[in-house]
Ligand binder design. Structure first.
Ligand SMILES: Nc1ncnc2c1ncn2[C@@H]1O[C@H](COP(=O)(O)OP(=O)(O)O)[C@@H](O)[C@H]1O
Ligand SMILES: [Mg+2]
Length: 249
């Protein structure tokens, strides 16, 4: 469903500060793939996700979604195809709005309907049902401001919001890294459940090697702007923590 062909990206081109960040990335993601993406800081993981989402454009190469060339399509025009969750729990939700309003906005992204409609009866029930699946009691707090919630609660809502509009691809960039261990493990479980239930293709960046090994059907390691390892299916299952750690060196 996603194909990257010969992606190159540099920053500060033609200056002394020029850095070549992506050096010819070729990658095909299939429907239902759940990829865990690892690699040292600076390997180019976030830049790659930015290029997939359209927040950055490559210097060379092509991005295809379902065979359609979207290389030059701006981010807002790909928005309906791609859901994103960032490391910072504050990024995904609007603090001055209520839980219900945030969720309604996310629903509206998928359907071209007015905001008023979006808070109508049917939608309210959908939002309540959706919040119930979190088992965090948030379905009773729909009118509470999101700014009052913990990081873990906000990140849980952000994942719901990112998948509500039924995107084709979910991009998760170290989305548990800023959370305490309990919240992080809750969000990891939630991620597995939602990706499993919706069948959305996903790319999850993580520094947690146990999560990278246990989650998903495919593990990719980036190193210096290139793909150093792409282990699928059984090959991924056989991969051990020690082997993966050794590859970092
Ligand atoms: N906007 C930018 N301008 C200049 N350099 C950047 C910019 N964004 C990222 N970089 C550099 O690109 C490299 C890769 O960054 P990034 O994609 O964020 O790596 P990762 O997510 O794997 O840690 C780093 O050396 C970083 O400093
Ligand atoms: Mg990053």
């Amino acid at each position: 469903m996603l194909e990257l062909i010969g992606i190159h990206k540099s920053f500060n081109r033609g200056t002394v500060d020029e850095v070549q960040v992506l050096k010819g990335i070729n990658l095909k993601i299939n429907d239902g793939d759940f990829v865990t993406l690892v690699g040292n800081n600076g390997a180019g993981k976030t830049t790659l996700l930015n290029i997939i989402a359209g927040s950055l454009f490559p210097d060379e190469g092509k991005v295809l979604i379902d065979g359609v060339d979207v290389t030059n399509l701006p981010e807002y025009k790909r928005g309906r195809l791609i859901g994103r969750v960032f490391q910072d729990p504050l990024m995904g939700t609007a603090p001055s709005m209520t839980i219900n309003e945030n969720m309604a906005l996310a629903l509206k992204r998928g359907k071209r309907l007015g905001f008023k409609w979006a808070l109508g009866g049917n939608t309210k029930a959908m939002i309540k049902d959706s919040l119930e699946t979190l088992s965090l009691g948030l379905e009773e707090r729909g009118r509470a401001g999101v700014g009052l919630l913990s990081g873990g609660q906000r990140q849980a809502i952000t994942i719901l919001m990112a998948t509500m509009a039924e995107p084709k691809l979910l991009l998760l960039d170290e989305h548990t890294a800023a959370l305490d261990p309990r919240a992080a493990s809750l969000i990891s479980e939630l991620t597995e459940r939602i990706v499993g239930e919706t069948g959305v293709a996903a790319i999850m960046v993580t520094h947690n090697l146990s999560s990278a090994l246990s989650m998903g059907n495919r593990l990719i390691m980036m190193e210096g702007g290139m793909i150093a390892l792409d282990a699928k299916g059984d090959e991924k299952k056989r991969l051990t923590h020690e082997e993966l750690l050794a590859m970092y060196v």
